[in-house]
Ligand binder design. Structure first.
Ligand code: SAM
Length: 453
């Protein structure tokens, strides 16, 4: 592809992402590239870099376009990004636009040539941008980040603007970390051990791991190191009965299965059956034999009542704002509002309350999110404990020693991981233990009501 054709491809893809909202950008992009198999890997990387650059700089680009009275759109954004962040000069850009390349963008008019000349040489981040623009965070959310992260908020939000590393989790059922690392190296993929998880490998990210034999043979899965820690801290062990209550496409189910060494029972639940189905192939590839999938009508599905008190471990990887994963899904930050957050908070509380019923006395309930907001994390757990005398928070340091080497990365009973501090996506984990019998569940009466026809 010529540089001009790459520009045009980026404009078209950015437009497609905008039109397909709220569909996640990575899904739109992968379908878009699939329909254009003639685009080679180098060009694909260059186009993606432009598009993801624009998504990461959404607010700052918008600020610049508004300042120069430029009508907003995919073309303006891609061109502005090339000028502001990629160091393309105005002359170079105009040469590309006006060079008559049949696969390039249509040539520029006088108004466009004028703003291109004025924008060239400016920095993407400007001292006059308000903090929410410079830090790429919706204005209403900034105070919540500050409340959660204190003086670290700015550093974390800056870290969240950058792309994430490619993390892999070694599948214990098929390989050791060393064996997986060697297998990947033989296929030209360099990796190095992660900092926290004993199963983590960090890849250089320039070659697609999913195309390797090591991946197809189930030696590794792509999974952020923070997500690996959530699964490890759940403390699933061979022979246990384990429920992954919000299993989605099975990212953590796979990790739990590895910890169980294929022994015991693992049940993956979710309200989205299609998402749950996507885990089937991954479970097969990973050689997991002890997992079943259980679609739920809601968190209060009668299945929960029927299986109350029967699981040693229950993981609630709750639906959340995803505010810890903006490095991977930069567009997600603009796609939810205060009402959406309030709805999520109510859902999280309800899921936690219902999933808690599944835990046997002496068993554990793990609550996790990929959010950094206190409302979704510490406050949910504190509210739950305040109403449930039969659950107590387990100290993280103890749980950490059971599964990890080295000191835990934070103090206190709950774990919060952040991109700037830990090099992972933002995650939150709290593990609660259910007391021995004779403390009755407060919602027993209510759940009996539910079962009436
Ligand atoms: C953070 S995602 C789970 C990601 C998954 N555990 C993984 O590691 O790949 C949260 C999941 O909760 C599911 N969910 C939403 N509402 C639910 C409910 N009421 N009961 C159970 N699961 C629910 C969503 O469909 C979504 O798949």
């Amino acid at each position: 592809m010529t540089p001009a054709a790459r520009l045009q491809a980026a404009i078209t893809l950015l437009e497609a992402i905008g039109e397909a909202a709220p569909k996640p950008a990575d899904r739109v992009a992968s379908a878009w590239f699939k329909q254009r198999r003639y685009i080679g890997s180098k060009d694909r990387r260059a186009v993606s870099e432009l598009v993801w650059g624009c998504l990461r700089a959404q607010a700052r680009l918008g600020w610049w376009l508004e300042r120069l009275y430029v009508p907003d759109g995919a073309r303006a954004r891609v061109l502005a990004f090339a000028l502001l962040e990629q160091g393309t000069s105005a002359e170079e850009l105009l040469r590309l636009l006006d060079g008559g390349d049949r696969y390039g963008p249509p040539s520029s008019d006088a108004a466009e040539a004028d703003w291109i000349a004025r924008l060239a040489g400016q920095p993407l981040e400007h001292a006059e941008q308000p903090p929410s623009v410079a830090l790429e965070v919706p204005e209403w959310l900034l105070p919540r980040f500050e409340a959660a992260l204190g003086p670290q908020a700015e550093a974390e939000l800056r870290a969240m603007r950058a792309p994430a590393e490619v993390d892999l989790r070694v599948n214990r059922l098929k390989a050791t970390r060393e064996a997986a690392r060697n297998a990947l190296a033989e296929e030209g993929i360099s990796t190095w051990p992660g900092q926290w998880s004993p199963l983590a490998l960090r890849a250089d990210g320039r070659r697609p791991v999913a195309a390797t034999r090591a991946f197809r043979d189930g030696f590794v899965e792509v999974q952020d190191e923070g997500s690996q820690l959530v699964a490890l801290l759940t403390g699933a062990r061979p022979g246990m009965r384990v429920c992954d209550f919000c299993a989605g496409a099975g990212g953590k189910t796979l990790a739990l299965a590895g910890e169980m060494d294929n022994r015991g029972q693992l049940v993956a639940c979710d309200v989205l059956e299609k998402r749950l189905e996507r885990s089937a192939l991954r479970l097969r590839r990973s050689g997991v034999h002890n997992a079943t999938r259980r679609p739920l009508s809601s968190e209060r599905d009668p299945w929960v009542k029927r299986h109350k008190g029967s699981f040693d471990r229950v993981l609630v990887d709750a639906p959340c704002s995803g505010s810890g994963t903006w490095r991977r899904n930069p567009e997600a930050r603009w796609r939810f509002d205060e009402t959406g957050l309030d709805e999520l908070l109510a859902l999280q509380a309800s899921i936690l309350e219902s999933a808690a019923r599944l835990v046997r006395p002496g068993g554990r309930l793990t609550y996790a999110t990929c959010s950094l907001l206190r409302e979704e994390n510490e406050e949910q757990v504190e509210r739950f404990i305040a109403t449930r005398e039969d659950f107590r928070l387990l100290p993280l340091a103890e749980l950490w020693d059971d599964s990890m080497e080295g000191a835990p990365p934070c103090e206190g009973p709950m774990l919060r991981l952040t991109p700037a501090q830990h090099g992972t996506d933002g995650f939150f984990v709290a593990v609660l233990e259910r007391a021995a019998p004779n403390v009755s569940e407060p919602d027993e009466a209510e759940s009996r009501e539910e079962e009436k026809p």
